[in-house]
Structure formats: C-alpha cells, structure tokens
Design a protein around this ligand. Structure first.
Ligand SMILES: Cc1cc2nc3c(=O)[nH]c(=O)nc-3n(C[C@H](O)[C@H](O)[C@H](O)COP(=O)(O)O)c2cc1C
Length: 365
C-alpha cells in the first residue's frame, strides 16, 4: 500500500488517508453574516465523495471585522453552528474528516470578492474599520489598519477560543489556526508589519506572543482528543523579514502549546515578495520544520501528481499533503491517485460503473 493512502492517527482522530483538501475561501455566504449557504455542503461534500481523507473548510473569521470579504464564512455565534451542520454531514457521511480553518484577516480584511475585482472596500462602500498590529497598510491602495491596543488583543484571543468552541459544537473534528499569508497572526510575526514597542513587538518572542496566546486559548477550549493544526508562512521572501529560521523556532513553541501539525505554506505578507513558484516549491519548508522542530507537518503548493505526492511522504519531507487548486479542477483526484499507486481506487457505490469499459457491450440499463 502507498504511504499516501495509509491512514494517519493524530491525537484521537484516525484519518483514512493523507490527501487533505487545503482551505480555500469560497466567498459564498448567502447573506452578509458569515453563515454557510447551499454552496458549502455541495462543494465540500463533493470533495469528500472524491476520496480526500480530510476536508478543511476555508478560512472562517472569528469575528465580523476579520473577514476578507463580506461573503466570507464566519464563526462567532450559534447561528453559524446551525448553518455548518449540513456541511459537516456532507463531509462525514461520505467517509472524510470535517475540519475548519479559523482566521482573522487583520489589515487584509474588507475587500470585494476576487471575481468582482477584489478592491479594498472602505467604510462608506460596504467595508469596515480594519485592524492590525501596527498602523501600516499592506499596499498603497489598501486601508491603513487601526493599531490594536493590548486590551483589544486580549479580546481577540478570546474570540479565537469562542470560535474553536463553536467549531466543536458544529461537529468539526480538527481545527486549524490560520497564522499565514499576511493575515492577523502572520502580521504579528513579521518584523515588517509589526513595529510595536510593547510586549507584542520587537523580539521573536514578543512577535510570536499573540499567535501563541491564541493557540493556548484554543487548545484549552477544545477536547484533549481533538487535533489542532497551525498554518504558517515559513518565510515572507523579504530582506529583514520573517524567515525559515524564525519559523522553525516558532514551530517548536507551537508544538509545546499542544499543536499537532504544522501546515507549511509561505508568503502573502508583503506586496514586494520575490517568489517564483514551481512544483512542490514549499516542500522544502515542511522538510526543515519536520526535521528541526520534530513535529508532524503538511506540505502544500503545486502538488498535482500522485507519484510526486507519494515521493514527498516517502522522502520524509511531510506526513500529509494538502492540495488546493488540483482538487477544484478534479475532486476525484484522490480516487484516481489511489488507482495509480495501489491499483484499487474505491469509487462510491453509486459511481461503480465508471470502472466499466467505456463502450457498452450490452445496452445500458
Ligand atoms: C480559491 C482559493 C482560496 C484560498 N483560500 C485559502 C484560505 O482560506 N486559507 C488558506 O490558508 N489558504 C487559502 N488558499 C491557499 C491554498 O490553501 C493553497 O495553499 C495554495 O493554493 C497552494 O496550493 P495549490 O498549488 O495546491 O493550489 C486559497 C487558494 C485558492 C486557490
């Protein structure tokens, strides 16, 4: 049996294989209140039917001002729990593990949908006041965030814990915290976006304080048996910016806080980042974090071939792989990859006839 299709147990959760759906914003909440719509069970359920071992829901904001767009998923009250019920069912009843990514977009919040141009929305145009570690805008065309006070940060930490409790109520089996891609946690980690002079800025310990406090609050809010993942940007590809050495140290601290898996992404915190992606370009970060912080890791980014995914695991560069765009193109990628590697991809009963030869030898029934 391939490594890719061998199960993995993380804390109390057995996950049937190591192909995970990476979190992907759908900007499809029906109303502007962060509640899941009819799109979500359809979209996520299809990926479970396609054979992924774990289906991670998109970045769900822990409070209204943390949404990237007004149509983002949110998780700050019981109405979100009720709306997520059909999504959890669609994933779990099709043999996959339902997971959710919790997030706050920080200074990158308050934008239009990407397919409407994605422009910054100010308060007069359907947007809201944005917040961050320092009053530094991501880009000239984007808003300048209000610098969070120490009291605000304390409340924010509680918001993450509240969202985690609601995720448990909704039936999620795994939680991931989004500390990557230039969103709030990542903004605090970077010396370029965080220029505070209090206990939340300056040294690595201080820049990591917010992310670690939020992680600790979440770990304390969820059952001991529940796996907790953190997505990191391993580097921001900028001179004098957050880098892999700092991320390795941060990953050790996360592990000490009871984090079970580091999901290794990169970039997104600076307009000026210098990056030319190539197949598997982020696997190197997973390999370093896995060996140097001695923690379970996930590799993500331009992983599109079964043999490529298998080799990442065989080489010990990651414990699981997360696929994003390839699983939008082809939700059945896991079944096809299993057929390629193990000769026995399992289609759902309703689809068994796809394995028949294409030409009917007897009239179809
Ligand atoms: C439509 C779309 C939405 C995304 N939304 C999120 C998100 O909510 N959270 C996150 O951490 N990454 C998000 N990403 C990044 C993906 O999870 C993934 O890291 C990235 O696309 C690279 O993987 P890929 O080459 O397999 O697509 C998104 C990517 C896409 C294409």
């Amino acid at each position: 049996m391939s490594k890719l299709f061998s199960p993995i147990t993380i804390r109390g959760e057995e996950i049937p294989n190591r192909v995970f759906v990476a979190p992907m914003c759908q900007y499809s909440s029906e109303t502007e209140d962060g509640r899941a719509s009819s799109w979500h069970p359809l979209h996520y359920g299809t990926r479970a039917v396609g054979g992924a071992g774990l289906v991670m829901l998109e970045a769900a904001s822990v409070r209204p001002d943390g949404r990237i767009t007004p149509w983002d998923l949110g998780i700050w009250d019981q109405s979100h729990v009720a709306a997520l019920g059909p999504v959890v069912d669609a994933i779990a009843s099709n043999g996959s593990v339902p997971a959710i990514q919790l997030a706050h977009a920080g200074r990158k919040a308050s934008h239009d949908k990407p397919w409407e141009g994605g422009q910054y929305l100010d308060e007069g145009n359907g947007g809201w006041e944005i917040v961050g570690p320092s009053a530094i805008a991501y880009s000239e065309d984007w808003g300048v965030p209000r610098e969070l006070t120490v009291e605000d940060i304390g409340e924010m930490v509680e918001d993450w814990a509240n969202a985690a409790r609601l995720s448990v109520d909704a039936g999620m089996k795994v939680i991931e915290l989004h500390m990557a891609h230039g969103y709030l946690g990542c903004e605090f980690l970077s010396p370029l976006s965080n220029q505070r002079t209090d206990q939340y800025g300056g040294s690595l310990e201080n820049r990591a304080r917010f992310a670690l406090e939020a992680t600790r609050a979440v770990r304390n809010a969820i059952p001991d048996s529940m796996p907790l993942f953190v997505r990191v940007s391993a580097t921001e590809y900028m001179e004098n910016g957050w880098d892999v050495d700092e991320c390795v140290e941060f990953s050790r601290w996360l592990k000490d806080e009871g984090v079970d898996l580091i999901d290794c992404s990169s970039g997104g915190n600076s307009e000026g980042q210098k990056l030319t992606p190539y197949p598997g370009y982020q696997v190197q970060f997973s390999a370093r974090i896995r060996s140097e912080a001695e923690v379970t890791t996930g590799a993500v980014g331009l992983i599109t071939e079964a043999a490529q995914a298998e080799k990442i695991l065989e080489d010990g560069d990651a414990d699981v792989v997360l696929l994003a765009r390839e699983l939008l193109r082809n939700p059945y990628w896991p079944i096809q990859a299993q057929t390629e590697l193990d000769g026995q991809g399992v289609w759902p009963s309703q689809y068994k006839r796809v394995a028949e030869i294409r030409q009917y030898t007897t009239p179809p029934r």
